[in-house]
Write a protein that binds this ligand. Structure first.
Ligand SMILES: C[S@@+](CC[C@H](N)C(=O)[O-])C[C@H]1O[C@@H](n2cnc3c(N)ncnc32)[C@H](O)[C@@H]1O
Length: 245
């Protein structure tokens, strides 16, 4: 009888293919099955970022794209995760190793969390069949691209989603020294308004497609159009008058 395979969430970083860990590259090269989220056209950021590691594999790998509908409605997304769970469980039962490619870090705003909660209860001899390999998140890549510390000394730091309400955004901007606002895309006008209301517009920087060919960094955020931006965008807010002594 086959031994149960392993289900491994592998962070591939935010875009630069050189920002994969050695462990990520090894596991991607040697996996039997490669899973990843894709849009209806079959395009996947995570697979694209991992392209070099995938090309270096000398195995006949099975690719399992999870075609994710672009909708706020969780019902359809849950159906995709449910049917992927069946397919992945079958592969695991056959003793195959299954790598789930995750953009950035798998457990930081990552869809891998939904697969982990579905597959983690499957245990063999008391051991989890799941493993997680952390990746460099867009937050770390953003501060590196800006060459700005996220926090120093006793500064406080919050991460919020642009999908939070204007009130939640302004409260966070008032209460934290440093703030990263993820999922800025459609929420850009609301975020700009929160930055103006809290007088933190000059503390903010805006980044799109970090680590990719079309990377954009805007340090004069007041110049940004009050319109929606791309999904892969975020704001980094740090005190311009920080005391580092
Ligand atoms: C579903 S979350 C995934 C976060 C990812 N797991 C991570 O560790 O960064 C998607 C959001 O992350 C941010 N993001 C991820 N990659 C990015 C990139 N290369 N450039 C800018 N923002 C990025 C954007 O705010 C985007 O809306």
């Amino acid at each position: 009888m086959n031994e149960t395979g392993r289900f491994i969430g592998v962070g591939v970083g935010p875009g630069d293919p050189e920002l994969l860990t050695l462990k990520a590259v090894r596991l991607i090269r040697t996996a039997d099955v490669i899973c990843y989220l894709a849009n209806r056209a079959g395009e996947s950021q995570a697979r694209h970022i991992a392209r070099d590691a995938l090309a270096e594999s000398d195995k006949q790998q099975q690719y399992v794209p999870l075609l994710m509908p672009m909708s706020e409605d969780r019902t359809m997304a849950n159906q995709v995760y449910d049917s992927a769970t069946v397919e992945i469980s079958t592969a695991l039962t056959m003793g195959k190793s299954v790598v789930f490619l995750c953009e950035g870090d798998p457990l930081f705003f990552g869809s891998f969390a939904y697969m982990l909660e579905r597959l983690n209860p499957e245990r063999v001899g008391g051991h989890s069949i799941c493993e997680v390999v952390p990746g460099i998140s867009s937050v770390n890549a953003a501060s590196a691209a800006l060459q700005k510390p996220l926090t120093v000394l006793t500064e406080s730091f919050s991460v919020v989603s642009g999908r939070h309400s204007l009130e939640q955004l302004t409260a966070t901007l008032c209460n934290s020294d440093s703030v990263v606002i993820m999922k800025a895309g459609l929420s850009r006008p609301k975020i700009l308004s929160a930055l103006r209301q809290t007088d933190r517009i000059n503390d903010a920087a805006y980044l799109e497609y970090i680590g990719r060919d079309n990377q954009r960094i805007e340090t004069d955020v007041g110049q940004l159009a009050d319109t929606a931006g791309p999904y892969f965008s975020l704001f980094v807010v740090t005190r311009s008058n920080r005391n580092t002594t």
